[in-house]
Design a protein around this ligand. Structure first.
Ligand SMILES: Cc1ncc(COP(=O)(O)O)c(C=O)c1O
Length: 463
């Protein structure tokens, strides 16, 4: 750092200092050479505010995180109290009260026998921990050749090397290859882009997509497959809900071949789909649930996995130790925050509120289908993707160049300028993703619809 640092700080805007020193995640930094880095300074309820005091509706809960909304002082105070009482102690050989209380509470909320909680600090760590646990579990029970993991095309499961090997987005994997071996792709449940032979029958499509998992297990050799990772609703690609019967069939297949079903609920848990866990909404029993994000509504970072009693057995009764851990996992402040977050869920019946309002949210967003650019509006709960197309009847999508011009060149900035935080994403076909705080009601749905309508109308003129 040069000696004129203090002068820089005094004279430059936050945006300029961000441009000079901050490295944003998944962000083309050159796009900010001549532009301000959007800088959010404050949040209140469903809204956030930038350095100029401009208000934005947080249509993405930050990044699928802020379930209870912003500015909840009772949660902030729980964090402060915990930091004063016990700021830090590890979960390596020791416990602390908030981790115990939270593990117990999560086990009670989780489906079936998912009674064991292993905390992490993030979703990627949760995903990676579940893979490591599965590998060590199978070695411990005498099935050492099981290490492969099946996951779906275009699905995002995180960025650390192990999680990235499970992620199904080729573009974000290529620069880091070779990745740990064992990641195998199966089809996702994008019914809008279903293959012709099942394009008219969602149940048949679901059956086909699930059976592709069986075919992949047989192709790889069942004795080599450890787990299948599936989100209840796949986020990446723009919200693919499961077709009817899909998860029942997947569960059957996993049982037949002794493969673990990991429900990656980093986005779908904690009310996003109107239930504490997405698997509860669709009525399936996972062997492991990975979670993060909404468990604290972002007031502190936390992730983890909920593990079935059966998988814990060899670690609980025998000499085996799960040889894995991270310093800040289950941090006391984060655990205290998670407990306070869950208190808000209960006090305000947020799950009930999502279930009561989700039809209205869907109906409001579906109004946008009268626009020529809107091909599909899909999702469940408070979790939606809007797919944009060049030609509605043929469902023709945009070329890479058009997509670049539309999404990066126009939509992302235009939506932000119009006061809506959401995500224009072309990791699959171009979509806009919405996942607002669970406290949103009709007035917020209308605000989202109106902003999207005016910006998408402008976007259509540029095509
Ligand atoms: C389904 C899923 N799994 C894993 C992750 C990784 O979580 P994190 O960014 O906390 O590492 C994400 C992040 O968005 C996710 O959506």
């Amino acid at each position: 750092m040069t000696s004129d640092h203090t002068a820089d700080v005094a004279s430059d805007s936050l945006e300029a200092r961000a441009r000079r020193h901050l490295w944003l995640h998944f962000t083309r930094m050159s796009s900010y050479q001549g532009n301000d880095v959007p800088t959010i300074v404050r949040g209140e309820g469903q809204y956030v505010y930038d350095t100029r005091g401009k208000r934005y509706l947080d249509g993405l809960s930050g990044l699928f995180v802020s379930q209870i909304g912003h500015g909840r002082t009772e949660v902030a105070e729980a964090a402060a109290r915990q930091a004063a009482e016990l700021a830090y102690f590890p979960l390596w050989s020791y416990a602390h009260p908030r981790a115990i209380e939270l593990a117990e509470r999560l086990a009670h909320l989780a489906p079936g026998d998912l009674n064991r909680v292993f905390f992490t600090t993030s979703g990627s760590e949760a995903v990676e921990s579940a893979w490591k646990m599965a590998k060590q579990y199978f070695k411990t029970i005498g099935q050492p050749s099981r290490y492969k993991v099946l996951s779906r095309e275009i699905a995002y499961h995180g960025t650390s090397m192990g999680a990235l090997a499970i992620t199904g987005l080729p573009d974000i994997k290529t620069p880091f290859e070779p990745l740990p071996p064992g990641g195998v792709r199966v089809p996702n449940t994008n019914f809008y882009r279903a293959p012709g032979f099942v394009a008219d029958d969602v149940t048949a499509f679901g059956r086909w997509a699930a059976d592709e998992i069986e075919r992949a297990i047989l192709r790889e050799g069942p004795e080599s497959v450890a787990a299948v990772y599936l989100e209840p609703v796949q986020n990446s690609g723009g919200c693919f809900p499961p077709p009817p019967g899909y998860f029942a069939r997947v569960r059957e297949i996993c049982d037949r071949y002794g493969v673990l079903l990991v429900s990656d609920e980093v986005i779908c848990a904690f009310g996003r789909l109107g239930y504490y866990f997405g698997s509860q909404r669709y009525g399936y029993q996972p062997d492991v649930i990975t979670f993060a994000k909404g468990v604290t509504s972002g007031y502190a970072p936390l992730g983890g996995m909920l593990v079935s009693d059966r998988l814990m057995e060899p670690f609980a009764d025998g000499p085996a130790t799960f040889l894995h851990g991270v310093t800040f996992a289950g941090h006391p402040v984060s655990a205290a925050v998670a407990l306070a977050n869950l208190d808000v869920f209960e006090k305000e019946d947020l799950l009930g509120s999502v279930r009561a309002n989700e039809d209205a949210f869907r109906a409001t967003l579906r109004k946008l289908t009268d626009l020529p650019i809107v091909g599909d509006v899909r999702g469940d709960g408070y979790f939606y993707g809007i797919e944009m197309v060049k030609e509605k009847t043929t469902r023709e999508t945009f070329t890479d160049e058009e997509s670049e011009r539309l999404l990066r060149g126009f939509l992302s900035h235009a939506l932000y300028d119009a006061g809506l935080i959401c995500r224009a994403d072309d990791r699959g076909d171009p979509v806009i993703q919405l996942a607002p705080p669970l406290t949103c009601t009709q007035e917020h749905f209308d605000e989202m619809e109106q902003i999207l309508r005016s910006v998408l109308t402008e976007a259509w003129k540029l095509i």
